[in-house]
Each structure stands twice: as structure tokens, then as C-alpha cells.
Design a protein around this ligand. Structure first.
Ligand SMILES: Nc1ncnc2c1ncn2[C@@H]1O[C@H](COP(=O)(O)OP(=O)(O)OP(=O)(O)O)[C@@H](O)[C@H]1O
Length: 246
């Protein structure tokens, strides 16, 4: 089977001053897969994302995306490979409209046709329209980001990442602070955008993870405790002990 677009972590450890934030973590996310990652505070979820994006170097172990060894690349090169990350706090531009935010996020045109602006502008507009449709923001195209709801701001930021057509999208606690309706919209949005690209979602909200309806990885003390469908991991005695047994 081709490794193109496959995220592969093997035996990854991250040690901070003798403390193992990740401890021999192994994980594979197939191209087009959406994976939810859960785990108690301090389990290593953020550190795992940091290792994938090159923000933190593993002390040992392998991190590959397709044929690329991410441990040898810096953050900018990893982003250029098509790995995008959405942090919890949106960083949209309040003084710009939804459309303008997406326009700004569009990859700068490269190559021999870059001067043919009129063609690219048409293409760019079509791409922006498509992303607004995907994120459910079409009706807000001309509104300033400043007046969007909390949920809409998060979707706009996901849209800005989509403008760069990532192969792998890492999403950090997307539904924190959202209403139930916004949470449902976000689950539907992520289900829609996975498939064409892989998506890894770190989240505490188990109802949201259930709504995603995909494989779940449970981290604990920097390593994988359990993996499988949500019902299976929620009934796993090791998971129950970690979440409830203290
Ligand atoms: N730069 C650092 N230096 C020292 N220790 C760190 C550093 N970054 C993280 N840690 C520690 O590593 C452990 C794992 O942290 P991490 O943030 O990855 O967990 P998490 O699962 O994302 O937790 P949360 O759900 O609270 O965000 C924590 O105990 C944290 O204190």
C-alpha cells in the first residue's frame, strides 16, 4: 500500500528535563482518515501535535508523513508539505470580511502562469466560494469577521486553512465554548472535509467525538492507552480507570 499522505509515528518520545511528555507513542493515520485524539489533562495531546508540526523535536522515534521524515524538517517546511494546524484561539482578521480573510489565506500563485492574474483571480474566487460553501459561511461573505459568532469565527479559520489545500489538518479543541448547535455544525464540517485530506482532532468533548463517528485514540501519560470506535474505548476498563478511577 502507498505511504503517500500517511501519518506515521513510531516509538516517539519527548523528554522535558527528565519528564516524558510522550513515551514511546506509535500511531498511524491513513490518507483521508479522520482521527479523534482524547485523553486527560497532561496526556501529551498538545505535545503530539507539536511533534507533527515540527514545533517540538522528539527525543527519539520516527515521525513520517508519506515519504518525508518530519523530524529532519523545520516548521515552515512541514507547513509547505501540506500540514495545517488550527489552534484553539482563532486568528482571523477582525477588520476584514469573511471573503477577504479567505482571499488573504490563499496560497500566493507560483510558477510560470503567476503573471496571468485575471485567470488566477477567477480561479481564486471560485475556490473562495467553494470554501465558504463548505464551511457554511456563504451568507456572511461580506460581513466583517468582527461581527461573527464564536462558532463562525472558528469555521472561518478552518476555511482559511482549507484555502491552502492541506493534506493533513490538525485541529485543536475546535468546539470549546460552542453552543450545541455550533458543535453539531462543526462535526458535520469536519466529516465533510475529511476524505479529501486527513484530519486529526484533539478534543475533550466526548459527545462531539461521538458525533464525528470515527476511530478514537486515547492517550495517557504520553502513550496510547486504547484505540477503536468510541463505544469500544469508553467501555475499555483501562480508559474507565484513567478517566474515573482517581
Ligand atoms: N515545554 C515543556 N517543558 C516541560 N514540560 C512540558 C512542556 N510542554 C509540556 N510539558 C508537560 O508535558 C505533559 C504533557 O503536556 P501536553 O500539553 O502535551 O498535554 P495535553 O494532553 O495536551 O494536556 P491538556 O489536555 O491539558 O492540554 C504535561 O505534564 C506538561 O506539563
Amino acid at each position: 500500500m502507498s505511504t503517500k499522505g500517511r501519518l506515521y509515528l513510531d516509538g516517539v518520545s519527548v523528554v522535558f528535563d527528565g519528564f516524558r511528555a510522550l513515551n514511546n507513542l506509535s500511531l498511524v493515520v491513513e490518507p483521508g482518515e479522520m482521527r479523534a485524539v482524547i485523553g486527560p489533562n497532561g496526556a501529551g495531546k498538545t505535545t503530539m501535535m507539536d511533534v507533527i508540526t515540527g514545533k517540538t523535536r522528539p527525543t527519539s522515534g520516527t515521525v513520517r508523513f508519506g515519504d518525508h521524515d518530519l523530524t529532519r524538517m523545520d516548521e515552515a517546511d512541514i507547513a509547505n508539505l501540506g500540514i495545517g494546524r488550527k489552534f484553539q484561539k482563532p486568528t482571523v482578521f477582525d477588520a476584514l470580511t469573511v471573503f477577504e480573510n479567505l482571499e488573504l489565506a490563499l496560497k500566493a500563485p507560483r510558477g510560470p502562469f503567476a503573471c496571468l492574474r485575471w485567470i488566477l483571480t477567477g480561479e481564486a474566487k471560485a475556490r473562495i466560494d467553494q470554501v465558504m460553501e463548505e464551511t457554511g459561511l456563504t451568507a456572511r461573505a461580506g460581513d466583517l469577521a468582527a461581527i461573527l459568532s464564536h462558532g463562525q469565527r472558528q469555521w472561518l479559520e478552518i476555511g482559511m486553512l482549507l484555502m491552502q489545500d492541506p493534506q493533513l489538518l490538525l485541529v485543536d479543541e475546535p468546539v470549546a465554548g460552542m453552543t450545541d448547535q455550533e458543535t453539531e455544525h462543526t462535526a458535520a464540517l469536519l466529516r465533510r472535509i475529511a476524505g479529501e485530506r486527513s484530519v486529526v482532532v484533539v478534543e475533550h468533548d466526548l459527545e462531539f467525538v461521538r458525533a464525528l463517528g470515527r476511530k478514537v485514540t486515547v492517550l495517557h501519560e504520553g502513550t496510547m492507552l486504547s484505540e477503536g470506535p468510541i463505544d469500544q474505548v469508553q467501555n475499555d476498563p483501562r480508559v474507565i480507570e484513567v478517566y474515573l478511577g482517581r
